[in-house]
Design a protein. Structure first.
Length: 491
């Protein structure tokens, strides 16, 4: 039987569905959204993604590019190229309206019923919880500074309370779910844009637009830094292999171009602007401590507002992360309601954050590990995008709910060999080319040039396309049938 786990109210349809109202806890989990409960417009996706990307992390990453040795012009070029990967996030989002299901279920088409549980456990849940902890720690740092400005000492007890308050606000949004995210994220986007507009004005007044490093990079060193920077920027959009989670309530006939465009634009524009501000700031201040450096450039009255905006931006991005992680936990096979799975994710993330802030440098270790996630996330996103193109985005959401051996997506012992081999092959190719926490043999031979991202994505795309077509021709994957929801790929 399919692991759908809707909340009890999920069976009550409405003109504007009661299952998706901002004042009620969302009743749907990973179950299929019926046509009579679909609503909304693609343009709503812009503010959803924009609110999550007008944030502190983008400032830090932009500043890091200059710290790596790039000139301002080179850093801006890297920012633009790296953020073009938001187009892939947009492409993945079109599968939501087609299937009426979240990404965590749609990927059963790529990996099989059992294989998808492993996919969700790793790329859907584990990586999301780690990101949640890292972002929560960053927000806590800004909140601690805000507390200190009130004259209150940020003792251990105060720090624990601050972390719990930020987590509570984040998880409240995640628990109430889709409708509250759509409703809140437009005003959050406006508020954050206003705050960062002031930051931008201050940065532009001081920035050195002709900045070049004292010792400009050339040759292999330049290419290694440029490619490393592109990978760093691209890791943001690549981490969102779950964009269908936020588009699945749209009507099935919604324009694909509109879904791609509003999703991609919502991530692309703010990321370009905020990352560029970080790079501009790095031309005149030391961005190794961005919060302190930026405070020195801002008017005194605005500093508390700036710190509060850092916290708000992190809450926005973490609420989306918690929401998707909750769906991933359901898709792994945990038979609980979505609201409870979100709380479970938050509990783990809060525990990791408190341990890191109060006991050890755990987050440093996690941060180093996450530098390597592009090895897996690049191939995973590529396989997803390739499947959408091969199937012409035709997914039967009801068929995807079936987890029995008779499922159209059972494939071979519950695993789709094409998807599994493509991701493993792509990850292996990326691992040979990476130069982050460790240096792969290909990167070593090239003098530190990191080709992990293009290598992993190219190999996974090629493997998946070839394997899907070859196996389908033998009739193995579809077991001699072409049932509804298991559309034979084009070509």
């Amino acid at each position: 039987m399919a692991s759908t786990f809707p909340d009890p109210a999920a069976s009550a349809p409405a003109a504007r569905p009661a299952t998706d109202r901002p004042t009620r806890i969302e009743s749907h989990g990973i179950d299929h959204i019926p046509d009579d409960e679909r609503h909304g417009r693609p343009r709503e996706l812009f503010s959803v993604w924009a609110a999550a990307n007008v944030n502190y992390l983008s400032l830090v990453v932009g500043g890091a590019l200059v710290l790596m040795g790039l000139s301002l012009g080179q850093a801006v070029a890297v920012i633009v190229v790296g953020n073009l990967f938001w187009l892939l996030t947009g492409v993945l989002a079109v599968s939501g309206p087609a299937a009426g299901a979240p990404s965590e279920v749609i990927t059963r088409a790529m990996y099989g019923v059992r294989g998808n549980r492993v996919n969700n456990a790793v790329t859907g849940w584990m990586i999301s919880v780690c990101y949640f902890a890292l972002n929560l720690a960053a927000a806590a740092g800004a909140a601690f500074a805000l507390v200190e400005k009130t004259g209150l000492h940020a003792s251990t007890g105060v720090k624990v309370v601050v972390v719990l308050v930020i987590a509570a606000a984040t998880l409240t949004i995640g628990v109430y779910g889709h409708a509250l995210i759509v409703r809140l994220y437009l005003p959050i986007t406006i508020a954050l844009t206003t705050a960062f507009g002031v930051v931008g004005y201050a940065v532009l007044r001081h920035a050195d637009f002709g900045y070049t490093p004292e010792a400009p990079l050339t040759g292999v060193d330049l290419w290694a830094t440029v490619l490393g920077g592109v990978t760093l920027i691209a890791s943001g959009p690549l981490s969102y292999t779950t964009s269908a989670d936020f588009s699945r309530y749209l009507p099935a006939g919604t324009s694909k171009r509109a879904v791609v465009g509003w999703t991609a634009l919502g991530g692309f524009l703010p990321s370009i602007v905020v990352c560029s501000l970080g790079a501009l700031a790095a031309t005149v201040v030391d961005m190794t401590d961005p919060q302190t450096a930026l405070e020195a450039m801002l008017p005194g009255w605005f500093t508390p507002v700036f710190l509060l905006s850092l916290v708000l931006g992190t809450i926005a991005i973490n609420a989306m992360t918690a929401y998707s992680a909750g769906l991933a936990l359901q898709a792994v096979g945990l038979r609980v309601r979505r609201s409870l799975s979100v709380l479970a994710d938050g509990t783990v993330a809060v525990a990791l954050t408190l341990y890191a802030l109060l006991v050890s440098n755990f987050l440093d270790t996690v941060s180093n590990v996450l530098e390597l996630t592009v090895i897996l996330l690049g191939p995973a996103m590529t396989v997803y995008a390739a499947d959408i193109l091969l199937r012409r985005n035709r997914y039967d959401g009801r068929a995807l709910m079936d987890e029995t051996r008779d499922s159209a997506f059972w494939y071979v012992a519950g695993v789709n060999p094409a998807g599994a081999l493509a991701v493993v092959g792509g990850a292996a190719a990326a691992a040979l080319c990476v130069d982050t926490a460790y240096t792969g043999p290909v990167a070593r031979a090239l003098g530190g040039v990191d080709l992990a991202l293009p290598a992993g994505m190219a190999v996974s795309a090629l493997l998946y396309t070839v394997l899907v077509r070859a196996v389908l021709m033998r009739g193995v994957l579809m077991r001699g049938r072409t049932p509804a929801g298991a559309v034979t790929p084009a070509g």
